[in-house]
Design a protein around this ligand. Structure first.
Ligand code: SF4
Length: 555
């Protein structure tokens, strides 16, 4: 059977996730945006990669295949932080429908079955593997994905504007060079590009790896040599509020497919802005979506909510009104100079636009409650008691989750997070704002981050006990740090040094040390101490065998 029947659509999107016609679905947004630009789109979701049939389902597209793993890297989907396959994880078994390295596997398949049809890579897996990167699961530096996949072009970031430009150029028979927010492979480097250390150099030397890390940016034209060719990154397009109003204003059906119940919790979530200037070292958002805030207009957001009120499934609740960081809405600085925004006098850090939006949103007829479930920056929120009162008074359902991540000053410095004073101030401000006394704070912590040794882990366990003694319900989630491509923390993990200062950093690398840090933190909680019966050491896996893929190198 071959794909050479008449093209059904201009573009065929292949995604590792379930496709949802929803503004929170990566393929959902790209499909709607391409259709609104006049292109027809076919979808192939989580195809069976062991056979060909699924890949023939839509025939050959007239213009290109768009390939993505979706909103999460396929290796994060398929493995626990301790590199155990999720389907074998006794705590939370999960069998995904996509292969490891989904973007590569799908691209190789399409290349074999549809020779000559252009292939465009997109989504988070492609975006953050656009340059040579440390791959935690292989425990080595891998080449940029374009080289391994032999695709034609890679779109990084959200990618709507680039996807439409690619479709237009292919429709006009024009080449794909120079499109904002894309990467291509070429033999020459255009004059205005900054060359970062080559793939060979970053694989061979921690210093070169650190240098490349510090030069990564979405604002710069960058080039990285891979043997005799170059990965060229064109700077990301500057999205405008109007672009986001148009993208999120499209008529998504928001119908949740059967078999995808987890999406139901976000069915009526509304995106207010993009970008985050928090610069947490373990987060790659700034290198995907950018750190400049782009906020939608208030009217466009309120219009969207008015439309949701008429949706057949709507029960009166907006599941979330937010963005990467909920309380950065309205903090748009057109300068986009690339310096750290936190603490900059030119940052428009007022919460007034957000307070106005929240007030008007909850006043829309048919809306019973507007929840804010996206994370908030509590250090930023401290500048507005009024915002904290609004949030606690109207938009929290008994529990506000915040992410202090750690308590050790050394680890927080590695994480580039606030040093702790803001945390205590926010706890007090929260209690003061909570007239009912029925609202609670819950905290996200991260263990095994570079910089966190046994002493820092003990410090965190003591902190959890302290918070519990003071009546807080400390732990919402204990995250084990996972070195994902292109983050500053991953560079620390891989090189054993802080790329910002070159100072050596302790890296918890062994299975035992990571497990011990998690055990210490959990052991700090009353809930864990109260668990009946099971002998302490066995309870938290001292007896567990080390997964083969975790037998990482001892540095
Ligand atoms: S001027 Fe300040 S707030 Fe604006 S982008 Fe630069 S650092 Fe950020």
């Amino acid at each position: 059977m071959n794909g050479h029947r008449a093209p059904e659509s201009d573009v065929v999107l292949i995604t590792g996730e379930t496709h949802v016609d929803h503004p929170l679905s990566a393929s959902g947004v790209i499909a709607r945006v391409l259709e609104s630009a006049g292109f027809s789109v076919g979808i192939i979701e989580h195809p069976d990669w062991k056979s060909d049939a699924d890949f023939f389902r839509r025939g050959a597209p007239r213009l290109f295949f768009g390939i993505t793993s979706g909103s999460i890297d396929s290796l994060l989907v398929n493995y626990t932080p301790l590199k155990r396959r999720r389907e074998k994880d006794e705590n939370a078994p999960y069998r995904s429908a996509m292969p490891d390295r989904a973007v590569l596997v799908y691209t190789h398949k399409v290349r074999a079955l549809f020779p000559g049809v252009p292939v465009v890579l997109g989504g988070i897996e492609a975006s953050l593997r656009r340059f040579a990167h440390y791959d935690y699961w292989d425990d080595k530096v891998r080449r940029g994905l374009l080289l391994d996949s032999r695709a034609d072009i890679l779109v990084y970031g959200p990618g709507e504007l680039a996807a439409v430009e690619i479709a237009r150029r292919l429709a006009d028979g024009r080449d794909l060079q120079g499109i904002a927010g894309t990467c291509v492979v070429r033999k020459e480097v255009p004059g205005n590009f900054t060359e970062i250390p080559s793939a060979e150099a970053v694989a061979a030397s921690p210093e070169a790896f650190a240098e490349a890390q510090m030069k990564f940016s979405v604002r710069a034209p960058l080039a990285q040599r891979h043997d005799t060719r170059y990965v060229l990154q064109y700077p990301a397009p500057r999205y405008t509020p109007g672009d986001l109003d148009r993208i999120y204003g499209l008529p998504y059906s928001r119908m949740i497919p059967l078999g995808f119940p987890e999406f139901r919790m976000a069915q009526f979530s509304v995106v207010t802005h993009r970008g985050c200037f928090g610069r947490c070292s373990f987060c790659s958002l700034a290198l995907h979506q950018g750190e400049t805030i782009v906020s939608r207009s208030e009217e466009s957001i309120l219009d969207e909510i008015r439309r949701l009120v008429r949706h057949a499934d709507f029960k009166g609740y907006i599941d979330d009104l937010g963005g990467p960081t909920a309380n950065m809405y309205g903090m748009d600085c057109d300068t986009a100079c690339g310096k750290p925004c936190l603490g900059c006098s030119r940052l428009p850090s007022s919460h007034e636009r957000l307070i106005s939006l929240l007030g008007k949103a909850r006043a829309i007829p048919g809306v019973k409650k507007v929840f804010v479930r996206s994370g908030i920056r509590y250090d930023l929120a401290l500048s507005s008691e009024k915002y904290i009162r609004e949030l606690v008074g109207h938009h929290v359902s008994g529990l506000l989750k915040i992410a202090p991540e750690h308590v050790s000053k050394k680890v927080l410095r590695m994480m580039n997070k606030d040093s702790g004073e803001a945390f205590e101030k926010f706890r007090r401000a929260f209690r003061k704002a909570d007239a009912s006394g029925r609202q609670h704070l819950k905290y996200y912590y991260m263990v095994a981050h570079p910089g966190c040794g046994p002493e820092e882990a003990r410090e965190l366990a003591r902190e959890v006990r302290r918070l519990e003694k003071e009546g807080d319900r400390p732990i919402e989630g204990v995250q084990i740090f996972t070195p994902t491509p292109m983050t500053l923390s991953t560079a620390m993990y891989h090189t054993g040094r802080d790329p910002r200062t070159a100072e050596p950093v302790h890296v918890p690398r062994t299975f035992q040390e990571v497990k011990e840090q998690k055990r210490m933190l959990a052991a700090g909680t009353r809930k864990e101490r109260a668990r009946p019966g099971v002998k302490r050491s066995a309870r938290l896996g001292r007896t567990e065998t080390v997964p083969p893929s975790f037998r990482g190198r001892k540095r």
